[in-house]
Design a protein around this ligand. Structure first.
Ligand SMILES: CCCCCCCC/C=C\CCCCC/C=C/C(=O)SCCNC(=O)CCNC(=O)[C@H](O)C(C)(C)COP(=O)(O)OP(=O)(O)OC[C@H]1O[C@@H](n2cnc3c(N)ncnc32)[C@H](O)[C@@H]1OP(=O)(O)O
Ligand SMILES: Cc1cc2nc3c(=O)[nH]c(=O)nc-3n(C[C@H](O)[C@H](O)[C@H](O)COP(=O)(O)OP(=O)(O)OC[C@H]3O[C@@H](n4cnc5c(N)ncnc54)[C@H](O)[C@@H]3O)c2cc1C
Length: 663
């Protein structure tokens, strides 16, 4: 049998309806149709070919992306694509480009932080790409600490302008995507100074380049910050440096939704919290969570298909060897990642609802849920990106040696994905934000009943006393038992941290000293929400033969895998006994056997095109070995039998050896 037959055989074993599962994965029939149409549009267009990328030098790589981006914009206009369709088009083109910043950060920053008047002026220009913008917050010396930024915006009452200035080397803007070569404008984050007084960090719309000839405007120095990790991935993007030498902008280019500066130089705070100035980051963190499920689904699709084709050992009589997918070790590394992709998918759908709700509330100045939404987006961003980055690397290892080839698609995916752990809020810094929320919630328990995602902490006094009642491996299939275990562990960790915080001289000192424990408690809290979201999703109507049952198995795999991985926490907090932890692991092994017949069908449900996967190992048809061979032959080193440099550098060595052996 060939790889093609192996996958056909696997598909025939599926116990659920794949087409309906595709809709469950996409979120709705409408969402499925949009994704499917955009994925095929990209896959069938030769302009979006990706194979040659790893062979290109930096300049060609960058130009190639500019070409693709221009073609995509033409398609958006010619085909009258909606914003949603255009977003998926960009996604399937699968190349970091300045348009990510334009649509995910520049436009949202204008919409979220501009006044009505500012929005009216700037948003249409941006949405029609008459101006191209980026989000210039991070500096050479400061990224995580936004309030520590050094760029200044000094109000000049006489000319009714702000003077944007980079006073030090470390104040150079450093990282913004598209800044080096493309963007005409940026939202520059700078400390506002009026009459020598500092008024905190605010966003300012600054024109960077001439709209006529694209050259940098006077007083602005722009450049690229250099090559990044992984050749063909993020180097398609011109992350840039910018320095400002007393650049003047009109007063009405300060984003003034949160606070205003009048002509007279009076600083006026609106009745909204200053954290609304961070709203763009909250919006992107939410998008990043959804992106995590996509990136992980891509990696597990490759590793699962290849694991069904790859055979090693197990044959003593010349018969077929064992499919590596049948090894329990392979299953215990791979299936939790398949389950995680689904868990993150449903978590991101839920987060989107939470975010839509807070956006509506903010419109009417209801800020009550903002701290919870900030904690959820920050925590989920950290949890999902860390697990996805680790998961992609695990998938590479699951593919053995071939996983290290660029043609497997996994090294490039990892290199592209891993900065998600850093951008939009470094992951540990984000967990510490969740910790602030947890500490406040627990400290306030006497006065205020927590709601929403923190509601379970309202039962903390019960959860710290109660012990797990599980007696058999079967009991671990009960969602109530699972959820209570996660809640009890998280509540005990949070309460434990708060009790120890009280022993320090000041809360700040305690928070700094216990920050590692607080970060772990935050992760445990986020896991409660992800697990409960998955459980709740299964309580909804899920049509299709066997679809709900297959998802139930995955939900249990996800929860029990986490329980096994973090069993130290579960045992140390005293909620579980070692026997109960061991029963959970027994159940996990049984669940892997239930996933096994559905494995290929599950990853088919992601509906990924071969173009999107860009992996010889993950091909839909399973024709792996002939295509691996074909891909290898295309390497430039195989252009000739005798490569450049052989005559010059190798033959002299060989000849010298002959000469000395004569002596
Ligand atoms: C293949 C194709 C490509 C596809 C692309 C994939 C799609 C992905 C989507 C988009 C593409 C974008 C590409 C990535 C580009 C990257 C861009 C960037 O990285 S932009 C820069 C991002 N920078 C950061 O995230 C900085 C992180 N730092 C902060 O957010 C803050 O400094 C802080 C760490 C939160 C600290 O804030 P602050 O200094 O104000 O101090 P605190 O005292 O801690 O906070 C005071 C109180 O405010 C609360 N708070 C903080 N933030 C928020 C918020 N956002 N909303 C609400 N409340 C907030 C905080 O919790 C404190 O509360 P209390 O405890 O006082 O109650
Ligand atoms: C690919 C990529 C694209 C980017 N695009 C943009 C962009 O378009 N616009 C933009 O403005 N920025 C952009 N950035 C910058 C990005 O937002 C920052 O790098 C990120 O916010 C992290 O900040 P930092 O680099 O200052 O890390 P640091 O904060 O210096 O982190 C270094 C280490 O210090 C630790 N640390 C920091 N603070 C604390 C603390 N309080 N407690 C405990 N530990 C701490 C961190 O956990 C980390 O381990 C991009 C970055 C990358 C990698």
């Amino acid at each position: 049998m060939e790889g093609v037959d192996y996958l056909r055989d696997e598909r025939s074993k599926a116990q659920f309806d794949v087409e309906t599962m595709k809709v469950a994965w996409a979120g709705s029939p409408e969402a499925f149709l949009v994704c499917d149409r955009m994925a095929k549009l990209v896959a069938n267009d030769p302009v979006f070919e990706k194979f040659s990328k790893p062979m290109l030098g930096r300049k060609e790589l960058f130009k190639n992306t500019l070409r693709k981006t221009a073609h995509a914009w033409k398609l958006v206009n010619d085909l009258h694509l909606t914003e949603e369709e255009a977003k998926w088009l960009r996604h399937y083109i699968d190349e970091p480009s300045y348009t990510d910043l334009q649509w995910e950060m520049f436009v949202p920053a204008l919409e979220g932080q501009g006044t009505e008047e500012q929005k009216k002026k700037w948003v249409p220009l941006a949405k029609t790409m008459q101006i191209i913008g980026t989000y210039a917050q991070t500096e050479l010396g400061h990224g995580s600490n936004v309030q520590g930024l050094e760029t200044t915006a000094t109000f000049d009452r006489q000319s009714d302008e702000f003077v944007i200035h980079s006073p030090t080397l470390t104040s150079s803007k450093w990282w913004p995507g598209g800044l080096a070569k493309v963007t005409t404008h940026a939202i520059v984050y700078a400390r506002l100074i009026i009459d020598g007084h500092f008024y905190g960090v605010h966003g300012f719309i600054v024109q960077l380049r001439s709209l006529e000839d694209h050259s940098p405007l006077p007083g602005i120095t722009l450049g690229d910050i250099g090559m990044k990790f992984g050749h063909g991935t993020y180097n398609t993007m011109d992350n840039g440096v910018a320095r400002f030498d007393r650049v003047r902008i009109p007063r009405d280019q300060m984003l003034m939704r949160v606070s205003q500066v009048t002509k007279e130089g009076k600083y006026m705070k609106s009745n909204v919290p200053r954290q609304l100035g961070y709203a763009t980051m909250v919006s992107v963190r939410q998008t990043i969570v959804s992106d995590a499920s996509k990136a992980l689904s891509r990696a597990v699709c490759i590793a699962t298909r290849y694991s069904a084709i790859r055979r090693q050992f197990g044959s003593r009589d010349g018969g077929p060897e064992t499919q590596v997918l049948d090894y329990k070790t392979q299953q215990s590394r791979l299936f939790p990642l398949v389950a995680s992709a689904f868990a993150f998918r449903f978590a991101s759908d839920w987060l989107k609802l939470l975010y839509t709700d807070v956006k509506q509330r903010l419109e009417v100045n209801d800020f009550s849920t903002l701290p919870e939404v900030h904690a959820c987006t920050a925590g989920f961003k950290s949890l999902t990106t860390a697990a996805t980055a680790e998961g992609i690397e695990e998938c590479r290892k699951l593919c053995g040696g071939h996983g290290y080839l660029i043609s497997s698609g996994l090294p490039e995916l990892f290199a592209f994905y891993v900065p998600a752990c850093t951008y939009e809020g470094e992951n540990v810094v984000m967990l510490l934000q969740v910790a602030r929320f947890l500490v406040k919630t627990v400290s306030d328990l006497g006065n205020k009943q927590p709601v929403g995602t923190a509601a379970y902490l309202g039962r903390a006094s019960l959860l710290v006393q109660k012990n797990c009642v599980v007696q058999t491996a079967e009991d671990w299939l009960n969602p109530i038992a699972i959820l209570e275990a996660f809640e009890a562990r998280a509540a005990r960790m949070a309460v434990g941290c708060c009790q120890r915080l009280a022993e320090f001289k000041s809360p700040e000192e305690g928070f700094a000293e216990l920050s590692s424990d607080l970060a772990e408690a935050s992760l445990a809290h986020c896991q409660v929400i992800v697990v409960s979201t998955f459980i709740r999703r299964l309580q909804q109507d899920i049509p299709g033969r066997g679809v709900k049952q297959a998802l139930e198995v995955l939900c249990n795999v996800y929860a029990l895998f986490l329980l096994h991985k973090h069993q130290g926490d579960f045992l140390a907090t005293g909620y579980l006994t070692p026997k109960q932890a061991s029963l959970a692991n027994d159940q996990l092994r049984t669940l892997y056997s239930k996933v096994r017949p559905n494995a290929i069908a599950l990853v088919d449900s992601f509906n990924h095109t071969d173009h999107y996967l860009s992996s010889v190992l993950g091909r839909y048809d399973g024709n792996v070995y002939p295509k691996l061979y074909e891909a290898a032959l295309k390497d430039p080193l195989n252009d000739s039998d005798i490569a450049d440099g052989i005559h010059q550098y190798v033959q002299p060595i060989l000849k010298q050896k002959l000469h000395s052996s004569k002596l």
